[in-house]
Design a protein around this ligand. Structure first.
Ligand code: F6P
Length: 411
């Protein structure tokens, strides 16, 4: 059992807890970046990195390595955990102020080992939980593409990784006996439970960081020109025109020198075709289509032109004009009803992007208006009129100490 810390210490161990693919590293990086910006010496100690670097056995990628019955492998994993514990202690003995232990740490036994060795400063456990299966699956797919699985098919790697998660689930003990802990929904940045018995340094900063969206560099792009755009038709699933393809290739050239690990699009061809060109000039880039970023569904008006709507359905036309934000197309959506799914899409994109260095979303006119208004306050009635051109994109930075919204040309 951990001993109580009665006086306020200046140094802190943060111990991440959670099954694989629950967002621990994303949260660890977010805290690291915020502390680094505020001149608080912080370092992440990741057990997986040590395993990949020092393990002589080829088999540490295989699920069997995580089987609790595999005693030799369990010893090896404990060995890497101890290596990091010693490194973290040394770091705090010297110039370090915060050591973040990034590993699963799901069993009470592992946490007892940590507490036994780390008595010199208080420990705060942060458990990450994400119950969105779609996101967990995407995150597993990302892991399956890592170099350690490179000799195996993607399907096989995914199956092995899922087995690994099940082995960890078998030894998972919820946080309870620990003196200081926070459990959080790592997808929605929400605190689910907490218990704090010691006086912890930086506590309010940490809490604030856990619940904030941090956007270091978001490129928000509208798909390039489509056949429907030329005719002023709405909705549907049109292809890019030749001009649209040229615009997409200009975008690709513009972003060539920037690292774009993920491009989040809608499920519509026009956003994916735009993304494919950008991906073609990137070394390592994955396109992730999300239904949450599909364009506003215009119901009975899908594939019509604005002129046709005005002529054939004048009531729809004038009702929408009178209150564009709240108006819902018959059989379709309105800006107001899109709000929730757009927010979920943003959460998913930020969760998967891990290091928030560069993140790219290719959306649609109404979708991008909603995404912009998520970061930049606008009165609801003004949101449906935000300018979303096809020859420029928005660059957004929203951190604790910087907010930037720039409309930039790419040609
Ligand atoms: O490009 C056209 C479009 O994306 C349509 O598919 C969509 O219905 C429309 O823009 C949204 O803009 P507004 O709300 O101004 O009609």
């Amino acid at each position: 059992m951990q001993s109580p810390m009665t006086t306020k210490d200046e140094k802190l161990y943060i111990v991440m807890v959670g099954l694989p693919s629950q967002g621990k590293s994303t949260i660890a990086c977010r805290m690291h970046d915020i502390f680094a910006k505020n001149a608080i010496p912080t370092k992440i100690f990741n057990n997986g990195e040590l395993r990949r670097k020092y393990s002589t056995s080829e088999d540490t990628w295989s699920s069997d390595f995580y089987n609790p019955k595999n005693k030799a492998a369990a010893e090896l994993r404990k060995h890497f955990a101890l290596m990091n514990i010693q490194r973290a202690k040394k770091y705090l003995r010297n110039k370090g102020q915060v050591a973040i232990m990034d590993a699963t740490n799901v069993s009470r036994t592992r946490r007892e080992l940590i507490e036994y060795h780390m008595k010199d400063h208080p420990i705060l456990y942060i458990e990450c939980i994400n119950n969105d299966q779609e996101i967990v699956n995407l995150s597993i797919l990302h892991k399956a593409r890592m170099p350690e699985f490179s000799c195996y098919s993607e399907d096989y790697a995914v199956r092995e990784f899922k087995k690994r998660i099940e082995y960890y689930r078998m030894i998972h003990n919820p946080l309870e006996a620990e003196r200081n802990y926070i459990t959080m929904d790592s997808l929605h940045n929400r605190i689910l439970g907490e218990k704090i018995e010691d006086q912890l340094p930086l506590y309010s900063r940490i809490r604030d960081c856990l619940v904030s969206d941090v956007v270091r560099s978001l490129f928000l792009i509208r798909h390039t020109e489509t056949y429907f755009n030329v005719e002023d038709r709405i909705g549907g699933d049109p292809d890019l025109t030749d001009r649209g393809k040229e615009q997409a290739s200009a975008l690709a050239r513009f972003f060539k020198s920037k690292k774009i690990p993920y491009i989040f699009t809608s499920e519509k061809k026009r956003t994916i075709q735009t993304a494919e060109q950008i991906k073609s000039l990137q070394a390592d880039c994955t396109i992730v289509p999300l239904s949450e970023f599909n364009e506003i569904h215009a119901g009975v008006c899908e594939s019509m032109t604005y002129d046709e709507i005005q002529r054939i359905m004048p009531d729809v036309y004038s009702a929408r004009k009178a209150d564009k934000y709240n108006y819902v197309y018959p059989g379709g959506e309105g800006y107001m009803t899109m709000k929730e799914r757009i927010q979920i899409g943003i959460k998913k994109a930020f969760y998967l992007n891990r290091r928030p260095d560069n993140i790219m979303i290719i959306g649609h006119r109404a979708v991008n208006r909603m995404i912009l208004s998520h970061f930049l306050y606008r009165r609801e009635e003004d949101v449906p009129y935000i300018y979303i051109p096809q020859d420029k994109f928005y660059h957004i930075v929203a951190t604790q100490d910087k907010k930037v919204f720039e409309l930039k040309r790419y040609q």
